[in-house]
Design a protein around this ligand. Structure first.
Ligand code: VG1
Ligand code: CO
Length: 543
């Protein structure tokens, strides 16, 4: 099959965001758009000659077509082998695991995560390195630089590979191995958790609902929860990946996973509920009548991880993204382990994990993970919760109330204002940035500002500095408001405001979060002047 060199021109706007390049599907389908970006990835990592890559995605519309292009380009660029999930399906943590297990040189993940899929929705592509984690900022910058100077790309002409047929085929000299997407991942989970103990839990009548949201975790959840662990059939709902996620947002939070919330707060609620996102790296945890915020989940898992076999000797340290609540800091403090604060996005955890400085990490956006892979991992978090519940024999509500009684409660909420005019959103952040040095000691909505700054991160492992990572304002009395612009949206700007309030008094641990956060919220609105700058009053999404 002939290898072709195709002339092209640089395309604007191919700068990867928080997690790879995300655009409307129609943009990805424009002539040369995908090809330019793939070639730029290859060039940005010094070529793929002789390398092995893992390739897979969340099954959204255009997943299979894009994989065919990537395989033909990998072949033309001299790659030795591509390992591909059957049907083009691989969850993000499963890609991370395969890269590590097979000692591959990296991988390409096709997903726009929790964003909707379909011809009129979103698509995405990102590169993960040989450690299994998202490309670091340095590599990402090199890829972006290539997109701005690219003049040609290489592709092999020829027929399509049958992605459903397990086994090894070839494109020219490059091997293509189609693998079962679930088995290696499940084998890894068995090394981490006490499957016997969780099996006993289900055998004893424990009930669960897992909402796969028509996305990639369906096959994994069916095999692990209903298969290996013996949960009753029907535990997993919406378990068949569909190219448009059943028309929904595969975003596991109380808004988009409302059906699960209704079930868990209804009369026939099972003991435990969970959901995952488009590409399987996020998780939502909800007990009977008890939603667990992702920030609390990270803190509870940190406090109890030793109950699962892999973590029985304790944790090296933990890390959380800056906007994530400080609940986990309190646990780390009491365990006497380090707690790192990083910018938003999993790529910042990689160095800490590789250096053995942290064992668990997490983000307020429903991402939790550990050093077993280099991505956040939705089903892993669910299994760790199950392992803990099996060991303690407590319902989720009791686990939470005991936790708050011991550590205090960080009430938490995130307000998202979506599709805001980009210039107005940037102007609002800029105006706030300018005022930061003057804020300490001033009053806002009855609260006193304690400190205000813009977050910058100095990576303790490679010494790199990432600045402009969000504005944080702390208030006397344990309150905090954080402001940043999303780096994963595909339409205008999304402003995120993260609110937090610590309560330690025994009679204040059971309030409605809206109530506990009311003062911090009004202070945040006053300080940002959001309504005057953007015309927005109510957020589009509250998590
Ligand atoms: C969002 C979340 C961030 C997460 C990222 C990718 O980024 O806030 O915590 O790491 O999505 O998650 P942003 O820049 O829009 O706030 V996923 O599940 O899309 O890979
Ligand atoms: Co995701």
């Amino acid at each position: 099959m002939p290898m072709q060199t195709v002339r092209t021109n640089a395309i604007d706007g191919q700068k990867p965001g928080t997690s790879g390049l995300r655009k409307k599907t129609a943009v990805f389908k424009r002539p040369h758009y995908l090809e330019n970006f793939v070639q730029s990835i290859f060039d940005g990592i010094d070529g793929v000659q002789g390398k092995t890559l893992v390739v897979g995605g969340d099954g959204r519309y255009f997943n299979d077509c894009a994989i065919q292009v990537i395989l033909r380009m990998a072949s033309a660029n001299g790659a030795a082998k591509c390992i591909v999930g059957q049907g083009g399906i691989l969850s993000t943590p499963a890609v991370s695991n395969l890269i590590r297990q097979r000692r591959a040189d990296g991988g390409l993940i096709l997903s726009a995560s929790h964003n909707p899929g379909g011809p009129n929705a979103d698509f995405g592509l990102k590169y993960n390195g040989p450690n299994g984690g998202p490309a670091t900022e340095t590599v990402t910058d090199r890829i972006y630089a290539r997109t701005q100077e690219i003049r040609s790309y290489k592709i092999t002409a020829g027929t399509e590979i049958d992605l459903n047929q397990l086994g090894v085929t070839k494109i020219d000299r490059m091997k293509v191995e189609i693998v079962d997407p679930v088995s290696d991942y499940m084998a890894l989970m068995e090394t981490i958790f006490d499957f016997d103990k969780i099996r006993e839990l289900f055998a004893g009548g424990f009930t669960m609902r897992f909402d796969a949201m028509h996305a990639v975790t369906g096959p994994y959840a069916h095999a692990i929860l209903e298969g290996a662990l013996g949960a009753t059939n029907g535990t997993v709902v919406n378990g068949t990946p569909s190219p448009d996620f059943g028309g929904g947002h595969p975003d596991p939070n109380p808004i988009w996973a409302k059906a699960l919330m209704d079930k868990m707060y209804g009369g026939d609620a099972p003991d435990f509920g969970a959901a995952s996102d488009g590409d399987g790296d996020r998780n939502m945890i909800v007990g009977r009548g008890m939603y667990v915020t992702p920030s609390d989940s990270l803190a509870v898992l940190t406090a109890n991880a030793h109950l699962a076999p892999r973590y029985k000797d304790g944790l090296a340290g933990v890390a959380r993204s800056m906007p994530t609540s400080r609940a986990v800091d309190r646990v780390a403090d009491s365990l006497g382990i380090a707690c790192f604060e990083t910018p938003t996005g999993w790529k910042f955890f990689g160095n800490l994990l590789d250096a053995g400085k942290v064992t668990l990490c997490g983000e307020e956006s429903a991402g939790t993970g550990s050093d077993h892979v280099r991505e956040k991992d939705g089903l892993w978090a669910v299994l760790l919760w199950l392992n803990i519940l099996a060991e303690t024999g407590q319902p989720v509500a009791k686990v939470m109330s005991d936790f708050w009684a011991k550590y205090g409660r960080c009430y938490y909420s995130r307000l998202d204002y979506e599709a805001v005019d980009s210039d107005k959103a940037s102007a609002m952040i800029e105006a706030l940035r300018v005022r930061l040095p003057l804020l300490a000691g001033t009053q806002a909505g009855g609260l006193t500002v304690e400190a205000a700054d813009e977050f910058a991160y100095d990576d303790p492992v490679d010494g790199s500095r990432s600045s402009g990572q969000g504005i944080r304002i702390t208030f006397a009395g344990g309150g905090r408001a954080v402001f940043r612009l999303s780096g994963t949206g595909t339409e205008g700007a999304t402003i995120r405001i993260y609110l937090e309030q610590l309560e330690t008094k025994a009679d204040k641990l059971d309030m409605k979060p809206e109530y506990a956060l009311a003062d911090v919220r009004s202070a945040a609105m006053l300080l940002s002047d959001l309504t005057a700058s953007t015309g927005r009053v109510d957020p589009d999404v509250v998590t």
